[in-house]
Design a protein around this ligand. Sequence first.
Ligand SMILES: O=C(O)CCC(=O)C(=O)O
Ligand SMILES: [Fe+2]
Length: 300
Amino acid sequence: MIENIGFVKDFKHKRGIIMQLQQIERVSGLTRRDFEEEYLKKSKPVVITDIATQWAATEKWTFKWLQDNYGHLEVPLYDNSFRKPGKNYLTPKVKMPFGDYLDIIQAGPTELRMFLFNIFKHAPELTNDFSMPTITDGWLKNIPMMFFGGQGAKVDLHYDLDCATVFITHFQTVKKVILFAPDQGDYIYQHPFTVQSEVELDAPNFDKHPALKYAKGYETDLGHGETLFMPHLWWHFMYYTKGGFSLSLRRHSAYTFARGSFNLARHFVVDKGMNMMLGEKWTAYKANKAKQRASSVLAS
Ligand SMILES: O=C(O)CCC(=O)C(=O)O
Ligand SMILES: [Fe+2]
């Protein structure tokens, strides 16, 4: 059952106006042709409800089963300070056995999340529990990733550095997802040289970020066994309504691969390097640039 959370919706009621968020369409029974014509080529996000129905993972991957089988793995965890400038920028907060972490996320709210951890390197047999969707190809078969989060954990608005097209299947609970198309970067205060936006969608500040009101986006509550198709370069914000986890499968075209390689280099060389040298000053520079761009888009 999908629980209706709606902190973004409550927020809408309290303050009246918020950016325009349209519900992401839900479909099943898609043919390859329909998917490629209607969604992939048009870069239109969609929730596909029947990709994971045949997967063993959908039944088998419970918290308990993961704990019993992989509880001993040492995993890196991050909290919401991940993006704060300074010495912990983009580094994990703690490491602990996976089983202990699963206890934490089942127990209640926590910021701790685990992401981009290739659990399959440590447990390759897990890849037998799902398969690449047949509605398209170009799959990067050796980098499936899992993402875990406790209730209230969030993933601030960003787009994926590697520029891949992503299919995200959620398990066990519900995750709220908000998306913006790549052309919304100025409205959401994208920081230059990064793939990160400055806005906090769970606590938007329209005084600081007036252009945000004019951003046009999409939202959905992604439930157990549902798969979100997220086009490449799309901005995404995720909020774990309850502790849960997702699997992401990625695909590339020649274009997305080249663009992704460039982004990776820019990120690790320019942004990390400047952050190390300048710390807060570098963040202030990026914030100022974002502000200038938002002002010009508001004025236009
Ligand atoms: O849900 C998460 O923890 C992160 C998801 C994400 O950013 C992604 O799949 O690219
Ligand atoms: Fe992402």
